[in-house]
Design a protein around this ligand. Structure first.
Ligand SMILES: NC(=O)c1ccc[n+]([C@@H]2O[C@H](COP(=O)([O-])OP(=O)(O)OC[C@H]3O[C@@H](n4cnc5c(N)ncnc54)[C@H](O)[C@@H]3O)[C@@H](O)[C@H]2O)c1
Ligand SMILES: [Zn+2]
Length: 1554
């Protein structure tokens, strides 16, 4: 037992500098001070270690020792923030500044006390400070003790990679005190074990063995914490001490042979090549040791794949890592939970691996294990990307099999049933027995440890664990006080129950307790227990009668004589009694009673194996199902080779059949009791294979490829599992093959019969399902189709996967087999065998759109479900969604009625509500199956009443579908429903109470929420529909891109948007802004309902992206900083409401931040941090680490707000900005002095507006103020804009643009340049040094085209430009904003931006083209055109693609047959009298266009009310006067020129008030 003050010394690089001990603080201090003179000792550590009390303790002891030995020297201490994110240049610099400012010189002695982060960073500080000072490492984490502190590698991280900057710097001492581990958090503890196990695996087989044997207590001890969080290590102290010294010994050994990165030292990187790649993606959520564990398993699998490492070694490694609490795959539940489903795309992993320091050039290397404790080469081995891809991928592409003759031998994994029996027999037997080809499973694992615990046998391993050597004690078993835990291992529980009855009392115990996990405790053992009790055994069921846990008393034991047992449920009861029976006091007669026993082959198998171990059972000649077992002892044979699993053997044999090669399975033959052993003879032989089966081996040689014959009919009842292999072989035997007797295959891992039918079809092979079989219509293999897209699906069923992999190789091109890992259930090494033994080319495949991706897939065409109370507007909104996204409508009620053939009312009257709900749920599910894509499904309000329907809805949402909850204020709904309600059966209870019950259900079942504020007028309803349109576009994945160039967002600080006129003035307030922020913390209530309402109102009144911000008190806001529950609730609500941005404070607990960020769906995250108190300067590590944190959490925008007290702070900020360009960054300083930074920041600068009650932060400016500042400081240059054309004297453009400049504080000017000569424009306008852009009007719109070096789509389609502006490098861009003027005029009048009706254009001049384009862009199906003359019409029509669907109307008759028209644009002059014939046509067409809602814009703006407008109004059209179009066109142009939207009202006023 290790004791206090115990110290061991290790030599590294020729010096005895490593000391490992327990509770050796005084020793450490004394050694340092005594042996190393210095004027200044500096302990550097992190704040967690301070919090754990270590720094204080060291300070005390160190000071005392100094006083004693070196009274003149001083001790300094420095504490840094913990965590990898602080292991950077900034922290290093801060430490150096500290040392310098404290006058530290060359003789400084540094003590680095902490984990690997401290050790690496402080080591590096020491390496470079004053060109290198002395350092001691005091590692405080397990990882640091066994790994990072040893070897002299030091480093820091940069944003581009970990440990990229560093040095080799050997410490004077590494002082390891295991006692530090008492305060180490559990996860860090486990993390360190990753390195420990890895180290043993490459170098020290004996230590690995030892680690394997000590798994039991480890997790229990380290998880058991005292109240202060510390742990009592006593029970595992020796083990810990040994594993620490064991690892150190290996590391020292390797490092001493190879100090700098050479070959040997790289071996320590086992697991790191792949592990690092995972870590690069999964950090900081996953820790280094966890990733190494995952990487080590992958690299070990690679070694197995290459045929170097044995499968047993891989499984030993995997069990060892997981026994110490480490994940062994990124799909392990602990890992998935921790990383929040972050994905690791293979290409990214390979990229990350490519920059590994071990590589030479771009070739990748991995450490390949040969066996546990030994590597394949004395350095890392080159590996190919193809092989790595197979390891990393969950899907695999199988390339065509080489069809050349070959012979091979395959030994599939051992049979499970035989392995289980052999173990029990050998353990009860006498003498040594080598068990070969044992299948390692839960059952065998638990049986082995139980047998050892009962001292029944000794275990040993040979051939690297390949062979289990059991030395049995001939049935002598001793009781133990320790409970025997069997997990969920069914066979073990049954076999061990009888075996327990043979146990003798020992000194410490007189009973055996068998227990299992929860599921095990429910599995039946009753008949067995009954039979044993009847034979004198004292068995107590501790919980539930007939199940585990049981206590078996060690008295009396099995008496023997007649035992009666009911064996109609499980043959395992029988085998259990049979195997124990020879040890009863009297010979046993076992009679199976109660009917025909099940699975008699397994009983036979037991009897046969007992005979191999020397006990012969005889069958009664008098009674049926009765056996006589003599007294005796098993004699262990020297060697027992466990037969391979016969079902598994069908795959390599099938391979031979398909490819015309020869395959031998050397350990299954005609004497085998496994049913599937008949496969070769009964299935493959009739198909044309030559089969040689001896008593113990089977060889199959296939006919030349393409010559397989179908079998007419085989009853596969005795070998049901082999039917899948038979099916794929039959698939390329042209003709019909029928398999029956396999009904049980419908209820295996999947419905295998159906699965084969579906998957074979993908190869072009038709199969028909029979009730208990399948009929296969084989084709010539050359006609096999290569399954498309993501290949064949394997249903998470090992047998489906293995059999399909065979057919895949017979195709002419590579075939993807999905989910390859499922084969691990019975044959983890199947792909290795396929690749290495059978020589098949495999490549890892990754599905294009991984469903595990955190970037959610766009909704695409997937159907959307609407739920909500009646009167929430489902049908109206369903229509909007349908129009906006081009989906068809299904009403679930109508669907119901159609399906049942009567009305819902009738149905309910006849069958009652509950029957209705039941049916409704079924139909909901059915509807989702019938309409998975392309539909909006609206549901009845009561759908959430049934549990079953709720499950259907929730599942749909979980699978990424949109379940949209439409919500309206309840009071309004009640009113509405009371007023009109006839369609559906009336409620029997008050609407209020129905609402109260259902509301939580709607919320629970939906993943999106749309709140409809009350709308009374038509205009309001249109506005609502528009908002809905925007909303569904965004939530279905058409996100707004991050804005480019100089952009602003305004912060709404009102307590309630309905008060103080904020909404009315919103257009002004948001002028110049790219987004609008709602400061939720400043609202008068943060009640979710209220917040939802406010967001709803905001959506209704602006189409700008919304930023949802809940600023906490600590960050300068109003929301309680630690009310995390509500923060989470509100942020999740924001996601549900589909807002475009959510501001997440980086000061939230890291886990929460991460979890929230992962739920964002299409919302962008702004990771913000505010230093309200002005504590941190911009060069402080605080900002650096927050930046890293933001980057690691995957935020879309980083927003940092500091405080400026002097101009210098603004300079420092700019410095920071220029060095942090990895993610979009918003960085500003608060305070008056900080205003400059607000002007300089260019992306999404937060702004206020004079119309708002107050600004959101001290020093906040308006867009206008910022622009003025930019002009003043010379950042913004006054530009000259022009209108060109003739005549332009009356043009309103100058007034419009100038008004915009004024409102936004811009320094530009807008002038007239009258000419009809394009060349003149070129020479005098375009070449002007301050040219900012020009508006173009008649007659130059077409002629100016030639000066544009690039044209927008609209300009190309319309064939004319009205806007031209410089884009740098002497280039000019041209566009046409007339169409936007038209579109926005409609939209401002609350027409949705996409409609599904038809359009009309009157006139055929220049503007008509813009009108056609606008109507097309707004979704018009047909665009009708009328004009005075037909020839012009034809020209316009000919100019546009056919897809525009232009229909010209020449005669009144033609007009008589038009479809309803929703949108019309008149482009004929307004101030001249129209020709009579045209007038008539207009009259006709406007009168005929009887769509319910219709809107007409007149492009002519003089007079205000033109003749066309007047007429349209009379005919019931909503009319929009031309000046709106004029203004909207100008606004659009302004935005094109400057990237800023001017306020509407001021520019409108400027245009109209001449
Ligand atoms: N130089 C090398 O050869 C080498 C080898 C492996 C790893 N590393 C580096 O090591 C670093 C990881 O080291 P780590 O895992 O020790 O992480 P770490 O230093 O971040 O420590 C883990 C956590 O445990 C806390 N902690 C440390 N000791 C404690 C104690 N005794 N009681 C309570 N809390 C304690 C720390 O404050 C920290 O929060 C990485 O940066 C890695 O690159 C270096
Ligand atoms: Zn490591």
């Amino acid at each position: 037992m290790v004791e206090e003050n115990h110290v061991e010394t290790f030599e590294i690089l020729g010096k005895k500098t490593i000391r490992v001990g327990y509770r050796i603080r005084s020793y450490i201090c004394e050694e340092i001070i005594k042996n190393y003179a210095s004027s200044t000792y500096v302990i550097i550590t992190d704040s967690n270690i301070v919090a754990a009390g270590h720094l204080d303790a060291y300070k005390r002891t160190f000071t005392e020792t100094l006083e004693r030995l070196r009274p003149d020297a001083r001790l300094l201490t420095y504490v840094v923030s913990p965590g990898e994110s602080n292991k950077n240049r900034a922290t290093k610099a801060a430490i150096e500044d500290f040392l310098l400012s404290n006058g530290c010189t060359r003789d400084t002695f540094i003590i680095a006390m902490g984990g690997g982060v401290i050790g690496d960073m402080i080591g590096y500080v020491a390496a470079t400070f004053m060109r290198g000072v002395r350092v001691v490492q005091i590692p405080t984490t397990l990882l640091a003790m066994v790994d990072s502190s040893i070897g002299g590698k030091t480093a820091i991280d940069t944003p581009l990679g970990k440990n990229f900057i560093g040095a080799f710097w050997q410490p004077e001492y590494v002082m390891v005190d295991v006692a530090f581990l008492e305060t180490l958090p559990v996860r860090q503890f486990i993390n360190g074990m990753g390195e420990v196990i890895k180290t043993a695996a490459i170098w020290d087989a004996a230590e690995f063995d030892r680690l394997e044997r000590h798994t039991k207590q480890f997790l229990k001890v380290i998880n058991d914490r005292r109240a202060d969080g510390t742990v009592d290590l006593t029970p595992i102290l020796d083990h810990l001490f040994r594993l620490v010294t064991g690892s150190i010994r290996v590391k020292v050994d390797v490092v001493s042979r190879d100090e700098r990165e050479g070959g040997l030292r790289n071996l320590l990187n086992f697991g790191h090549s792949i592990g690092h790649a995972y870590e690069a993606i999964l950090t900081p959520q996953a820790l280094h040791g966890e990733c190494v564990s995952v990487g080590a398993i992958k690299e070990a699998e690679l070694a197995r794949y290459l045929g170097i490492l044995s499968p047993v070694a891989v499984s030993r490694l995997a069990s060892c890592f997981s026994a110490y609490g480490l994940p062994i795959s990124v799909y392990d539940k602990i890992m998935v939970d921790r990383v929040n489903g972050k994905v690791c795309p293979i290409d990214t992993l390979l990229e990350k691996m490519a920059i590994d320091k071990k590589n030479v050039g771009s070739r990748k290397r991995c450490v390949i294990l040969k066996r546990i404790g030994e590597c394949y080469e004395p350095h890392a081995t080159y590996v190919s990307d193809d092989d790595l891809r197979v390891m990393l991928a969950s899907d695999v592409s199988v390339y065509p099999f080489k069809k050349e003759y070959k012979e091979f031998t395959v030994v599939p994994p051992g049979s499970k049933s035989i392995s289980n029996r052999a173990l029990i027999l050998a353990a009860l037997g006498e003498g040594r027995c080598k068990l070969k080809n044992l299948l390692h499973s839960d059952d065998t694992k638990f049986m082995l440890s139980a047998v050892t615990a009962l001292k029944g046998a000794e275990l040993d391993w040979e051939d690297d664990g390949e062979t289990v050597v059991i030395t049995g004690h001939g049935g002598k078993l001793e009781a133990t006080s320790q409970e025997l835990y069997l997990g969920n291992a069914g066979t073990a529980s049954r076999f061990l129950t009888s075996l327990s009855c043979l146990v003798k009392a020992s000194e410490g115990a007189n009973s055996v307790v068998l227990t299992g996990n929860q599921r095990m405790q429910e599995r039946p053992n009753g008949p067995l227990i009954e039979a044993l009790r009847a034979n004198g055994c004292d068995i107590k069921c501790l919980n539930r009668e007939g199940s585990l846990p049981v206590r078996v008393l060690c008295e009396g034991g099995l008496k023997g004589g007649r035992i009666e047992l009911a064996a109609t449920v499980s043959s395992q009861y029988v085998s259990s009694v049979l195997m124990a029976a020879p040890y009863a006091q009297e010979p046993v007669t076992l009679a199976l009673v109660g009917g025909k026993p099940v699975s008699q082959t397994y009983i036979l198998m037991t009897i046969q194996m007992m005979e191999a171990f020397g006990v012969k059972v005889t069958m009664s000649t008098e009674e049926p199902y009765t056996y006589h077992i003599p007294k005796g002892r098993y004699k262990n044979p020297e060697e027992y080779i466990i037969e391979s699993d016969a079902s598994s053997a069908t795959y390599p044999l099938g391979f031979a059949a398909l490819t015309g090669t020869k395959c031998t399975v050397p350990n299954i033959g005609s004497t085998s009791l496994q049913g599937d052993s008949r496969f070769a003879v009964e299935v493959l032989r009739p198909m044309g294979c030559s089969v040689i089966q001896t008593a113990t081996s089977t060889t199959v040689q296939g006919p030349p490829v393409g010559n397989l014959k179908p079998f007419a009919h085989i009853d596969m009842e005795p070998m049901t599992d082999a039917f899948l292999t038979a099916s794929v072989v039959a698939a390329i035997a042209p003709g019909t093959s029928i398999i029956t007797g396999i009904a049980n295959q419908r209820v295996k891992e999947c419905n295998r019969i159906a699965a084969m039918r579906v998957e074979l079809a993908k190869f072009g092979v038709k199969a028909t399902e029979l009730e208990d079989g399948i009929e296969i219509h084989g084709i010539d293999y050359t006609k096999l189709r290569v399954p498309e897209g993501d290949g064949v699906y394997t249903y998470d069923d090992h047998r489906v996967a293995m059999s399909l992999s065979l057919l895949a190789g017979m195709c002419s091109g590579p075939v993807v087999v999905q989910g390859r890992r499922c084969t691990s259930k019975t044959w983890p090494g199947w792909w290795d065998t396929l690749h290495t033994t059978l020589g098949v080319h495999l490549v890892g495949h990754e599905a294009q759109q991984s469903d595990r991706s955190i970037v959610p897939a766009k909704n695409g065409n997937r159907s959307i479900i609407l739920i909500g109370m009646r009167a929430a507007g489902k049908s109206t909104m369903a229509e909007v969604v349908s129009q906006q996204l081009g989906l068809k409508l299904v009403d679930l009620d109508a669907y119901f009625e159609e399906q049942v053939g009567e009305s819902i009312k009738q149905f309910v009257q006849e069958k009652g509500w509950s029957e209705f709900r039941k049916k409704e749920a079924t139909f909901a599910e059915k509807a989702l199956n019938d309409f998975p894509e392309g539909y909006v499904i609206s549901t009845g309000g009561g759908i959430v009443e049934s549990e079953q329907s709720r499950t259907v809805l929730k599942r749909y949402a979980e699978q990424g579908g949109i379940v949209l909850h439409l919500h309206r204020d309840v009071a309004q709904m009640v009113q509405f429903l009371t007023e009109k309600d006839a369609v559906r059966p009336a409620y029997e209870e008050s609407i209020q109470s129905v609402w109260e019950r259902r509301e939580p259900w709607y919320r629970e079942c939906s993943n999106y929420l749309f709140y409809s504020p009350h709308s009374t007028t038509d205009a309001e309803l249109r506005q609502l529909k528009q908002a809905m349109g925007t909303f569904v576009t965004r939530i279905s994945g058409s996100t707004v891109p991050l804005p480019k160039g100089r952009t602003y967002f305004v912060c709404l600080t009102c307590p309630d948007l309905l008060e103080g006129g904020a909404l009315e003035q919103l257009d002004d307030i948001t002028a110049g802004c790219a987004a609008v922020e709602l400061r939720v913390d400043l609202l008068k209530s943060q009640d979710p309902q209220f917040v939802e309402n406010q967001i709803g109102l905001l959506r209704l009144n602006t189409d700008l992206p919304i930023i949802f911000t809940l600023r906490t008190v600590g960050q300068g806001g109003k929301f309680p900083s630690s009310d995390f529950r509500r923060i989470v609730e509100l942020v999740e609500l924001a996601f549900k409401l589909g807002v475009e941005y959510v501001d997440l404070e980086l000061s939230l607990p890291e886990g929460m931040l991460d979890t929230l960020a992962s739920k964002r769906r299409f919302t962008k995250i702004i990771g913000s941090h505010h230093d309200v108190s002005g504590q941190y300067k911009w060069d402080s590590p605080e900002w650096e680490s927050k930046y890293q944190l933001a980057v690691n959490c995957g935020v879309d925008v980083v927003k940092f707000v500091g405080t400026a007290t002097s101009m210098q702070d603004n300079v420092a900020l700019e410095n920071f900005r220029s060095q942090h360009t990895f993610r979009p960054l918003v960085a500003i300083n608060m305070g008056r002095v900080g205003q400059l930074s607000r002007a300089i920041n260019s992306l999404l600068t937060p702004v206020t507006h004079p119309l708002l009650p107050n600004s959101a932060a001290p020093g906040q400016l308006s867009v206008k103020q910022i622009n003025e500042t930019l002009t003043m400081i010379g950042e913004s240059k006054p530009l000259k804009f022009f209108i060109v054309g003739k005549p332009i004297t009356h043009s309103r453009s100058p007034a419009l643009h100038t008004a915009g400049y004024k409102a936004l504080g811009l320094p530009h000017t807008f002038n007239r340049f009258e000419t009809s000569d394009a060349a003149e424009v070129r020479d005098q306008v375009l070449k002007n040094a301050d040219f900012g852009g020009c508006a173009i009007t008649i007659p130059l719109k077409i002629e100016m085209l030639k000066y544009a070096t690039e044209l927008s789509d609209s300009a190309k389609a319309i064939g004319a430009i009205n806007t031209l502006w410089p884009v740098g490098d002497g280039k000019l861009a041209g566009t046409n904003t007339d169409w936007i003027g038209i579109k926005n005029s409609f939209v401002r009048n609350n027409v949705p931006s996409t409609i599904s009706g038809n359009g009309l254009v009157i006139g055929a001049g220049g503007t008509s083209r813009a009108a056609v384009y606008a109507l097309h862009r707004m979704g018009c199906n047909k665009i009708y055109m009328i004009n005075r003359s037909d020839s012009e019409l034809k020209k316009v029509k000919a100019q546009f693609p056919v897809s525009f669907n232009i229909v010209t109307l020449s005669t009144v008759e033609e007009i008589g047959s038009i479809d309803p028209i929703t949108l019309a644009v008149s482009t004929v002059p307004g101030n001249v009298e129209l020709e009579e014939s045209l007038k008539e046509k207009i009259h006709e067409v406007l009168g005929e266009a009887n769509s319910e809602e219709r809107f007409l814009i007149d492009a002519a703006y003089k007079p205000l009310e033109t003749a066309v407008l007047k007429l349209a109004k009379q005919l019931g059209w909503t009319t929009i006067p031309g000046r709106e179009m004029l203004v909207n066109q100008g606004v659009a142009q302004f935005e094109v020129f400057l990237g800023l939207r001017p306020p509407y009202q001021p520019v409108f006023d400027a245009v109209v008030n001449e």
